[in-house]
Design a protein around this ligand. Sequence first.
Ligand code: HEM
Length: 126
Amino acid sequence: TPPENFYEAVGGYETFHKIVAVFYQEVADDPVLRPLYPEEDLGPAEERFRLFLMQYWGGPHTYSDNRGHPRLRMRHAPFVIGPAERDAWLRCIKVGVDAVDLSPEHRKQLWAYLEMAANSMMNAWV
Ligand code: HEM
């Protein structure tokens, strides 16, 4: 569990909004990832991911109020996520993380989590 104040310490809503908005700009143009997203409009997916990350890092609990327990591995089961998808996802989220100004320590913490989470979401190895 992350420290309760991480969300506020890195700038709260604005910071998470920026990271996730830039991530989805990358996804929209990514030939590996874009076909996985079932909806034409990426806006609702962007909101779900933003609310999840905000909650995970100690912000408002709106994600679970709306969606219940995250169960992220289960929710990703419909999509084939192998090394190529994992790498594409990490490339896109890195552009998002690079778009905000974090202290080296906050950045390190956030990145360690994202890499771990991306690896744990894999459900295929080809
Ligand atoms: C949902 C792909 C990793 C968090 C989704 C969706 C896709 C997807 C296609 C459905 C879009 C939607 O309608 O919401 C991937 C791929 C990944 C990956 C290819 C590669 C590793 C991650 C990671 C996290 C994450 C590491 C968390 C740190 C979420 C959340 C949702 C979501 C919160 C919405 C869940 C809900 O329905 O409430 N992802 N994802 N994803 N993903 Fe990922």
